[in-house]
Design a protein around this ligand. Sequence first.
Ligand code: AMP
Length: 183
Amino acid sequence: MRLLIMGPQGVGKGTQAALLAEHFNIPTISTGDIFRYNIKNKTELGLEAMSYTDKGELVPDSLTNKIVKDRLAKEDCKNGWILDGYPRNAAQVTEMLADLDTPLDHVVALEAARDVLLERMKKRAAEQGRADDTPEAIAKRLETYEKETAPLLDIYEARGLLVVVNGVGDIDEISGRIISHLE
Ligand code: AMP
């Protein structure tokens, strides 16, 4: 099973990706997590990425595409994967298609109203203290999502891959909704 999970920040992509990964026994690949790991460990990649992530801006495509390409080539990706947070703009879609010799099975788009997203982000900021959960960075990320990422859903819809799921409700109920669409 090869899946993308898409949706705005705060919609619960990470939580649902983890549940789907368990259900289908495939790894989750979160570009955000990869950047955070590298930032925490002060690697060269982390230092470069931090100047963008802190402001809620996208890390340059050349860097991001390479990370994903390397990760998908690993042994544990042979039977499938879930990509969380990638692709995020048209250039990443193109790159991904060029590199993948295995096609996508589905693209799951989680939806929630903006006030729900802002409320969840506020809660996460208080709980986790992520460096990019400042009000400015949150606003910037939502804006970037609307402008650069949301239009990608049309591409996947046209290819018949898109599954749109309501992201509001109980966590298990939402994963049940997703799985029933995929099976
Ligand atoms: P996330 O945890 O997915 O919200 O990602 C956190 C931050 O990492 C984003 O605000 C971006 O700065 C960066 N990032 C994650 N995924 C990507 C991507 N596909 N392209 C560019 N930047 C990304």
